[in-house]
Design a protein. Structure first.
Length: 255
């Protein structure tokens, strides 16, 4: 129930192109709500169109420094690759991998190819209501195409979100969680993911990938033509809101 409420809240706040027209319609249908809803909608729109979401996304992506292959300690046991690389429904429907955040998967595959001693944990739900093959299973076949053998691959196929990624990965690793593992996920997601894995006593080293912003927030960012495209505005806003709500959830779990 809590998970469903949280998902509804995320959907309502992220998909503003649906939520804001609904609020405006409600205000017209119930005039006594106009004084409350119109200021909320206006402030909301100003925030979305302002440079602030982009600024917050830069801060998220700068939380942990970028690492390279030369920075990996020799004692690292392997990689924990979080889901989000594939569009599960599209991949299953078309019969080949369809990527959402392919940089996560590509960089992990490159690490495994160049560091043959590393293992990899593929964390993501195995099946979606019995109809779709989940991301962990989808990733196995692609890794095999990169020449990664079965004995290096560990599957965690039950998790539906980042909290469960950490929970079920800890169960899967057992005592091996005390050894150092590279946590590979998008840079904007790392601030939320790291505390969850640490909470489950997994020794993780952040390895952020999949950057979407420049390193600094300055006038070139504020007046960039790319920032004013509708797709860029909405995608930046959604990432920031999703991570903020996720961070609140993480904080609630710590209490």
């Amino acid at each position: 129930m809590i998970c469903a409420i949280r998902q509804f809240l995320i959907m309502s706040l992220c998909y503003v192109e649906l939520t804001i027209p609904i609020l405006i319609l409600i205000a017209f249908l119930f005039p006594f709500l106009k004084k409350i809803l119109f200021p909320i909608v206006m402030v909301w729109l100003l925030f979305i169109l302002s440079p602030l979401p982009y600024y917050f996304l830069i801060q998220l992506e700068n939380t942990y420094p970028k690492r390279f292959m030369k920075d990996i300690p020799d004692e690292v046991e392997g990689i924990i690759l979080l889901g989000g690389s594939h569009d599960i429904r599209a991949s299953n429907s078309r019969g080949f991998p369809v990527y959402l955040r392919g940089a996560r998967f590509l960089e992990a595959a490159q690490l495994l190819k160049k560091q043959p001693h590393l293992k990899v944990v593929l964390s993501g739900k195995g099946h979606d209501d019995g109809e779709y093959q989940g991301e962990a299973h989808l990733s196995v076949d692609v890794l095999k195409d990169f020449g990664i053998s079965d004995d290096r691959i560990l599957l965690e196929t039950k998790s539906r979100n980042t909290f469960e990624n950490a929970q079920f990965t800890a169960d899967l690793l057992g005592e091996a969680k005390k050894k150092p593992w590279l946590l590979v996920t998008s840079a904007f997601h790392m601030r939320r993911a790291m505390p969850l894995f640490e909470k489950h006593h997994i020794y993780v080293i952040p390895y952020p990938v999949d950057y979407h912003t420049p390193q600094r927030f300055d006038s070139s960012v504020i007046f960039s033509s790319a920032r004013f495209s509708l797709d860029e505005i909405l995608s930046t806003y959604r990432r920031v809101v999703h991570e903020f709500l996720g961070a609140c959830f993480v904080y609630g779990k710590k209490k």
